[in-house]
Design a protein around this ligand. Sequence first.
Ligand SMILES: C[S@@+](CC[C@H](N)C(=O)[O-])C[C@H]1O[C@@H](n2cnc3c(N)ncnc32)[C@H](O)[C@@H]1O
Length: 348
Amino acid sequence: MDSVIARFPKTRYYGSKRRLLGWIYHALKDLPFNTALDGFGGTASVSLLFKAMGKQVNFHDGLLCNTIAAQALLADEMPFAEITEVYDFIDQIRLNNGFISKTFSGMYYTDEENRWLDGAAKAIHQVADPIESSIYFYCLFQACLKKRPFNLFHRANLNLRLNHNVTRSFGNWVTWEKTFSDLMKESFQDIQDVIKPAKQAVNILPHGDIFRLDTGYDLVYLDPPYVSLSGTSEDYLKRYHFLEGLSGYNQWHKAINENSSIKAFKSISHISEWQNKREFRERLFEMINKHNQSIVVLSYLVGAYPSEEEIAEHFRKTFKHVSVLKKDFCHALAKEKKIELLFIGSKR
Ligand SMILES: C[S@@+](CC[C@H](N)C(=O)[O-])C[C@H]1O[C@@H](n2cnc3c(N)ncnc32)[C@H](O)[C@@H]1O
């Protein structure tokens, strides 16, 4: 499995489990399950693992951009006859003075890049085939992330990228200066290996609140946002609002919070609640209880809220069999080491 995992596309998504998949695989490989819910699916890295294990995969995330990307990554076959079809599509994208150019000048990308993004969003939204369009979006999202300092949209800090007179301890100036079209083509190369038939049909659930999902999966994997002990952190919508905007380009203007200095989306309660220290513990435990007839696997971190002991105690109250696994891990953009936790609970 390690060599299969090594071919999954790399990502810098905040909290992605891409680099922990080998460890997760060893923890799950002998458990008795067929249907699996990848709850809080993010980049679909855990869904790709389930698919490679031959399981029946159900992906879900709160954001539309992640759901579109999952549709691309988990597709059964490449819808293009030749790679040149994709390159020609990318090459015919024309600059357009649209919503992005008018709204985000000086914030995330240069003015010319903004015009290119307007052209790209319009062109992709006109693609009729849903898998083709999700693949173009996947490549566009990756290109957008690669050209951003910290790979995020939580600050309007284009100046960090353009200021050539500073010594940087982060970022990759060479990548930032590549064109969107070149980065899209690189991202397309990255997904060639994963788009292939699944043993059992993959189900991409519509984006929304995880609480709305039905129960009844053999295994429920939960990878919620981490809440720090101080309780202060941006939610995923604030981190990736620009990608969410591209996903619903024609409605973007309606979603923006006019008072936001970074032109972020208006808050969505089910996203912000999962990042809020006051509500998080109760929600997490309610979610575990809801799926208590399934094998529940929860990813979390040491030193976050609630504590390892509190979560372990809740698992022991809910399930007959409980195990807690730990692994030292260095997160993509954080210098300090973290300890990843995997709680596994089952009644049988
Ligand atoms: C830690 S990340 C998951 C990372 C993922 N396992 C991966 O490997 O990429 C948490 C995810 O929860 C999603 N999320 C936040 N609130 C949610 C909600 N109420 N329902 C569903 N998903 C939510 C975010 O969009 C984010 O992608």
